[in-house]
Design a protein around this ligand. Structure first.
Ligand SMILES: Nc1ncnc2c1ncn2[C@@H]1O[C@H](COP(=O)(O)OP(=O)(O)OP(=O)(O)O)[C@@H](O)[C@H]1O
Ligand SMILES: [Mg+2]
Length: 284
């Protein structure tokens, strides 16, 4: 690196286009997206339903087809990585989905779920067992959890198991797609605090997809606003969630729920007024 040149970010998405389907049925879900994430950074991705948030997360994971543009991880172009390379990349790039039940194998005990990627990667059984116990401790679950099955846990506990599974391989980036949306508010708090602590302890970076600006404000350093397959605004988490520039982002902010009923009413009126601004409302 020469003076004045920034180091390569951990993740660099450049001019990414993703299309689902072919020919006349083709649907362009991303229209040239640029996004950098630095090591240890949490970048939030917000936007209305259908704006392309999950698609961007999936593209990073190699689960959505890139028709143009590039995705680079730690300087390596992984846009069209082979299956074999993808399997190896799972060491560095992990995922936590919204529904922890659907993503945990019901036939394996929690201990087996967490140990499996380690032993498959060549780590000795005894070492894997130690790391699993340490990981359960980090996500504040009792060591006896290892012998139980996913169905025996609450939604919040299951999401902590899913987070443990993502972290146990010590990845450098985790794509979190609505990781707390299925949880009640109290449990959301517990899981968000946990994600923050884990980030401080391990230096992992997050691409954090959420439709909830309040959630994003809690945990993200920077926030990108997506609309119809494009990032229309990106900046400091506090600024974007409190004082966004783009009318679409302002509407998103006004649409996010608040506890105070007077403030809620004020927001609803402001939101309705903003609907009059031309080209603000996306039909999805
Ligand atoms: N597998 C697929 N095949 C075809 N179209 C898809 C597929 N997945 C997503 N799309 C379309 O791509 C667009 C973006 O979808 P995406 O799931 O990325 O949105 P999102 O921002 O994550 O929405 P939500 O907040 O509802 O999860 C939508 O129009 C969607 O219908
Ligand atoms: Mg989504």
């Amino acid at each position: 690196m020469t003076a004045g040149q920034a180091p390569d970010p951990l993740l660099r998405v450049s001019d990414l286009i993703v299309e689902y389907g072919h020919g006349r049925r083709a649907h362009r879900a991303l229209h040239g997206v640029d996004l950098d994430i630095a090591a240890g950074e949490c970048v939030g991705l917000v936007g209305e339903s259908g704006s392309g948030k999950s698609t961007l997360g999936k593209a990073v994971l190699g689960l959505a087809p890139a028709s143009a543009g590039t995705i680079a991880f730690d300087g390596e172009d992984i846009t069209r990585a082979s299956r074999r390379r993808r399997r190896a990349l799972a060491q560095d790039i992990q995922v936590v989905f919204q529904d922890p039940y659907g993503s945990l194998n019901p036939h394996l005990s929690v201990g087996e779920i967490l140990a499996e990627p380690l032993t498959a990667g060549g780590i000795a059984v005894a070492e894997a067992r130690t790391r699993v116990a340490d990981m359960l401790d980090r996500v504040r679950l009792d060591p006896s959890t290892a012998d139980r099955y996913p169905s025996e846990f609450s939604g919040g506990q299951r999401q902590r198991i899913a987070i443990a599974r993502a972290l146990v391989r010590r990845p450098r980036l985790i794509v979190c797609d609505e990781p707390v949306s299925a949880l009640d508010l109290t449990t959301q708090d517990v899981v968000l605090d946990l994600l923050l602590d884990l980030q401080r302890e391990t230096g992992v970076a997050y691409l954090f997809v959420s439709h909830d600006l309040g959630v994003v404000r809690r945990i993200c350093h920077r926030v990108a606003v997506m609309r119809r397959g494009e990032i229309i605004e990106i900046g400091d988490g506090d600024q974007i969630t409190r004082d966004p520039v783009h009318p679409y982002s302002q509407r998103l902010r006004l649409a996010s729920p608040v506890a105070d009923p007077v403030e809620q009413r004020r927001r609803r009126e402001a939101w309705l007024a903003l609907r009059e601004v031309p080209d603000v409302y996306s039909a999805g």
